[in-house]
Design a protein around this ligand. Structure first.
Ligand SMILES: Nc1ncnc2c1ncn2[C@@H]1O[C@H](COP(=O)(O)OP(=O)(O)OP(=O)(O)O)[C@@H](O)[C@H]1O
Ligand code: SF4
Ligand SMILES: [Mg+2]
Length: 386
């Protein structure tokens, strides 16, 4: 069966056995999640560092699919400090969106489940372990404490409702105190103004298809910021936009973050965006963090061969090359991960140790960490040009 799975072939009998076993696991997890009157002690926790807004601690999020278990997020640990921007980079499919959806508890259930680890969310006087927080409590945290600007503004806005009504709904759903209809609409107009939409009154009466991509993205930002959340997750907020609008949206995010003193978790493929926005950077590969550090650590002293490959594959103004570098090979199958370094089959810098198990995390400086065997003996530091 293992050989067949590696070849991507499953017999009907095997597929049925996988489905049965998935159902057993997900039913059990769903039963836990859907319990009523869960005591606070089960989901309240303490931040490791009270200056952090969010702490991911050995998070494992899996999808139990008919072809096997997709280990989308496979043991990640990092923090988002208060008032700072943390950039999350990595190739398509490496688990960036699943990390953020885990924090929002918006995974596609029942197949998508946080199976172990903690996500600690700092709510000031208390901290929540999102992995254990029941749905009813989560509804009070989403929007107010943590909010998300989604990857696809066209699919995230409802095409059959007017813009104003959609923003109104977010405000009235999440407002701490009862608001009259007029107050809600006034706040909607204020938010649309704040995100730089000219003619906010007019736009509030339009449908999503009547807006340009940049305007729709601004509406998404207005909705995400409606309740001044402590943590803003921006999942590829500018991918669909042209560069001038992209710069405006990033500028806007930065201003708004400073105005409401939030933290941003910024997910993108675009290293240029990260360089401009992030204080800290987390590099993900195949569901794990391979390197993390301050923006300076990652941009000036990249250590992991994957990060170095990412840096080399970005065009640099003034640097003439015949061909832009591209990392050879592709990401391993998430259903069938190897038991050695996940990057080994694409790595041009392998050493003997790489034939062993997955490398542990090595601390290169107070802020800079990497998971790569090349740094295990302490001779290489990523700062000596090797
Ligand atoms: N609903 C789902 N069911 C099964 N597998 C899923 C589901 N959602 C995501 N995955 C898998 O989880 C892994 C991580 O996906 P994720 O969406 O987090 O990637 P990403 O890093 O955000 O990629 P991109 O940059 O393309 O947005 C992928 O292998 C994907 O196939
Ligand atoms: S551990 Fe080895 S194979 Fe993996 S990235 Fe480092 S050098 Fe390459
Ligand atoms: Mg994504």
């Amino acid at each position: 069966m293992a050989r067949k799975q590696a070849e991507g072939y499953l017999s009907a009998k095997e597929a049925r056995a996988i489905s049965r076993s998935n159902r057993k696991i997900t039913n059990e997890l769903e039963k836990q999640r859907k319990r009523k009157n869960v005591p606070e002690t089960e989901y309240l926790t303490h931040m490791k560092n009270p200056n952090n807004a969010v702490e991911f601690d050995d998070l494992h999020t899996f999808f139990f699919t008919d072809v096997g278990t997709v280990r989308a997020v496979d043991g990640i640990t990092f923090a988002v400090p208060q008032g700072k921007t943390v950039g999350v980079v990595g190739e398509s499919g490496c688990g960036k969106s699943v990390t953020s959806l885990s924090l929002m508890q918006l995974l596609q259930r029942p197949q998508g489940q946080i199976v172990s680890g903690e996500i600690r969310l700092n709510a000031g006087d208390r901290a929540y372990n999102i992995a254990k927080t029941p749905d009813t409590v989560m509804q009070t945290l989403r929007g107010n404490m943590v909010s998300m600007i989604f990857q696809e503004p066209m699919t995230s806005l409802n095409p059959v409702f007017r813009i104003g009504d959609q923003v109104d709904e977010v405000i009235s759903l999440h407002a701490q105190t009862m608001m009259s209809k007029e107050d809600v609409r006034a706040r909607t107009i204020q938010l649309l103004d704040m995100v730089g939409i000219a003619n906010s009154e007019g736009v509030s009466k339009m449908f999503p298809h009547e807006l340009s991509g940049g305007m729709r993205q601004r509406v998404m930002i207005a909705m995400a910021l409606a309740c001044e959340p402590k943590v803003i997750i921006a999942d590829e907020p500018t991918t669909a936009l042209d560069v001038t609008i992209q710069a405006q949206i990033l500028d806007l995010l930065r201003q708004l973050k400073d105005r409401i003193n939030s933290s941003i978790m910024l997910i993108t493929h675009d290293l240029g965006v990260i360089a401009e926005m992030a204080d800290f950077v987390v590099v993900m590969y195949a569901g794990r963090i391979v390197e993390s550090g301050t923006a300076e650590d990652i941009f000036y002293h990249p250590a992991h061969p994957y990060t170095i490959g990412l840096m080399e594959s970005k065009p640099v103004v003034g640097k003439k090359v015949d061909r832009l570098y591209s990392i050879p090979g592709k990401v391993p199958n998430p259903v069938n991960m190897p038991d050695y370094c996940y990057f080994k089959d694409r790595c041009e810098k392998c050493i003997e140790l790489c034939n062993g198990e997955y490398p542990g995390e090595i601390q290169l400086s107070e802020t800079h960490r990497v998971s790569c065997w090349r740094y295990a003996d302490g001779k290489e530091t990523g700062r000596n040009g090797k």
